[in-house]
Design a protein. Structure first.
Length: 256
């Protein structure tokens, strides 16, 4: 049988002097389970982080690609989908401001800000991380129809309605009120239930009254008209004047 020289040599080695650095076989064996557990935990955490990052990456490309290269119907769908997540607010605001562009070399969306060279490109989600400084022809602008701008305005407004800043919520209400549909009105009514800022509350209520003027519910129309008469606001005044002049309903009670 072959002699294990390494084992014999190891046996002949003197034990280390007593002290904090001494390590005998028993101590080494006792540390093995802890070492393996730590290694296993590190691997598990690394896998979890990578899996979460991959999940996020897999969830984003579809609406982003639709927004980047899709037709108008696909872009509308993408805007509505992105508008469901507050993390996309900066991206949608950049699109609204005409700063969200297609980085041709990388086939991806970026926020493009003016620079001496052309455009300084930033990450579309945080707007901070600088990706490159490129010439103007390195990016392409995204075309938006009036319909898409309306959808975008509502998407941004819907996200801003839940912002911490009362000024931002007020801005959102005013933007939504300009082109309110059933979905927008539903958002405003939902926000009305929990809003505490008086200025935002007043703006939401006024927007709802302006819509109620055209309601099929006659008591709701009359209540809206009476409420708007007491508001010192140009929009309310103009709308009431239009209603009185048109008298479309031929209803003396409403036109009074």
């Amino acid at each position: 049988m072959t002699t294990n020289h390494f084992e014999n040599d190891f046996k002949t080695l003197p034990e280390p002097a007593a002290g904090p650095l001494r390590c005998n076989g028993a101590i080494f064996k006792s540390l093995l389970p802890q070492t393996w557990a730590a290694l296993w935990l590190m691997c598990f955490l690394a896998f979890s982080v990578n899996a979460a990052a991959q999940e996020t990456a897999d969830a984003l490309p579809q609406p982003l690609e639709q927004l980047r290269i899709g037709g108008m119907a696909e872009r509308e769908q993408a805007i509505e989908q992105l508008g469901e997540d507050s993390r996309n607010l900066k991206l949608l605001q950049a699109l609204q401001d005409g700063q969200l562009m297609d980085w041709k070399a990388e086939s991806r969306l970026v926020i493009a800000g003016e620079s001496a060279k052309g455009y300084k490109l930033r990450d579309p989600f945080d707007g901070k991380a600088v990706l490159a400084d490129v010439e103007r022809d390195a990016v392409g602008k995204l075309n938006l129809t009036n319909k898409l701008r309306s959808v975008l305005r509502k998407a941004v407004g819907g996200l801003q309605l839940n912002a911490d800043s009362a000024d931002m919520r007020l801005e959102a209400v005013n933007a939504i009120a300009k082109d309110a549909d059933d979905k927008a009105l539903q958002m405003l009514r939902k926000r009305l239930e929990k809003e505490r800022d008086t200025s935002v509350l007043a703006a939401i209520q006024e927007a709802l009254w302006l819509q109620d003027i055209d309601s099929d519910d006659k008591p709701a129309r009359l209540a809206a008209i009476e409420a708007l008469k007491n508001i010192d606001n140009q929009s309310a005044y103009n709308r009431l004047r239009e209603l009185a002049e048109a008298d479309a309903e031929a209803d003396p009670e409403v036109a009074a």
